[in-house]
Design a protein around this ligand. Structure first.
Ligand SMILES: *Cc1c(COP(=O)(O)O)cnc(C)c1O
Length: 349
């Protein structure tokens, strides 16, 4: 029996032998005292890549995003994000529980919207109302690539326009760039193309880049200093974290350009799926390594069960909605194998 083809998420990758060697050989120190040279090297590298003054290494993308929200706001403020943003949908209500902010949401088909949507979230109370009724909106959170939006990439011009509109209303802008690496590779543009319009950016090393643990939050020095205090409060200050930072550095050097392969695999998967009975998918909408599709009359749960029994794992995310994500541990032949399994299930063979 071949190994399982795991398409549930790009978080399931395991560190390669070379990455483990880099981890084993990492120079380390106590990072709470600022003495871990490998963590420092990673923070400097990521800050430079994104064109910002400073970066902070953190255990997870969730922590990076939630530190950003807490750092940009005070309890009782409001933030704006699209209704299916990771920060609102998959981070355990942390914006309300930890930052104490009120989310105002934007409905959009693929997580991408225009400046008018931002404008509509800014309260314009009539003069007849007493002052200060509405919480001040302080922050716009954007996501690129957009996970629930199907791995969609923000068109750079639109992104810049939306950020400009946010600033016009006095909002800071945070980018959840867990997969900003994928956006950059998909468009053949540097990560800064998007980062330069933002006050802060969160990036993940443990998604398609294949590191076992870790994310970074970048911004200007004062922002990162304040975020460091909140990181400590949440228990995210780590000691000899250079072992983990070494994996992230290795991933940046060796696994970034190859994300293009994941994108080609996702497109191939989508094209194969589009030919199967009962599947609804638009292959041309698959821009990066994530694809969502609908399956009928089977439920997504049953489809996932049948696929698992044949050695392919997918994520059932709704009654009939399935998500697949390609990554470092999925080869072209794994994609073909997955398509044969899907065909067997849907054609009942
Ligand atoms: C995975 C992900 C995160 C962070 O997730 P963690 O599991 O906490 O590392 C943030 N945003 C997006 C869009 C993601 O896909």
């Amino acid at each position: 029996m071949d190994a399982v083809v795991d398409l549930r998420s790009d978080t399931v990758t395991r560190p390669t032998a070379a990455m483990r060697r880099a981890m084993a050989e990492a120079e380390v120190g106590d990072d709470v005292y600022g003495e871990d040279p490998t963590v420092r090297a990673l923070e400097e590298r990521v800050a430079a890549l994104l064109g910002k003054e400073a970066a902070l290494f953190v255990p997870s993308g969730t922590m990076a995003n939630q530190l950003a929200i807490r750092t940009h706001t005070e309890p009782g403020d409001a933030i704006v994000a699209d209704a299916r943003a990771h920060v609102l949908l998959y981070e355990r209500a942390a914006p309300t529980a930890i930052a104490g902010v009120l989310p105002r949401t934007i409905e959009s088909p693929r997580g991408i919207f225009g400046p008018e949507a931002v404008r509509a979230c800014i309260p314009r109370p009539p003069a007849s109302l007493p002052p200060g009724l509405f919480p001040p909106v302080r922050l716009l959170c954007l996501e690129n690539t957009h996970n629930a939006g199907g791995g969609s990439v923000w068109p750079p011009a639109r992104f810049a326009e939306v950020c400009r509109e946010a600033r016009r209303h006095g909002l800071a802008v945070h980018l959840d760039g867990a997969r900003l690496w994928n956006a950059a590779v998909a468009r053949g543009l540097p990560e800064r193309t998007w980062a330069e319009h933002c006050d802060s950016v969160a990036v993940c090393f443990s998604k398609g880049l294949g590191a076992p643990v870790g994310s970074a939050l970048v911004g200007d020095r004062a922002f990162v200093d304040r975020a460091r205090r909140f990181r400590g409060m949440l228990g995210g200050a780590m000691r000899q974290a250079g072992i983990l930072a070494a994996a992230a550095l290795w991933a940046l050097d060796h696994h970034r350009a190859r994300l293009a392969e994941d994108h080609a695999h996702a497109r191939r998967l989508a094209e194969g799926l589009a030919e199967l009975p009962g599947v609804t998918i638009r292959p041309e909408a698959v821009e990066t390594n994530i694809l969502w599709f609908e399956v009928r009359p089977l439920t997504a749960g049953r489809f996932a069960e049948l696929a698992e029994a044949r050695g392919v794992r997918v994520l059932a995310t709704g009654a009939h909605t399935v998500r697949c994500v390609t990554h470092l541990d999925v080869s072209r032949s794994d994609v073909e194998r997955a398509l044969r399994v899907f065909a067997a299930i849907l054609r009942g063979t």
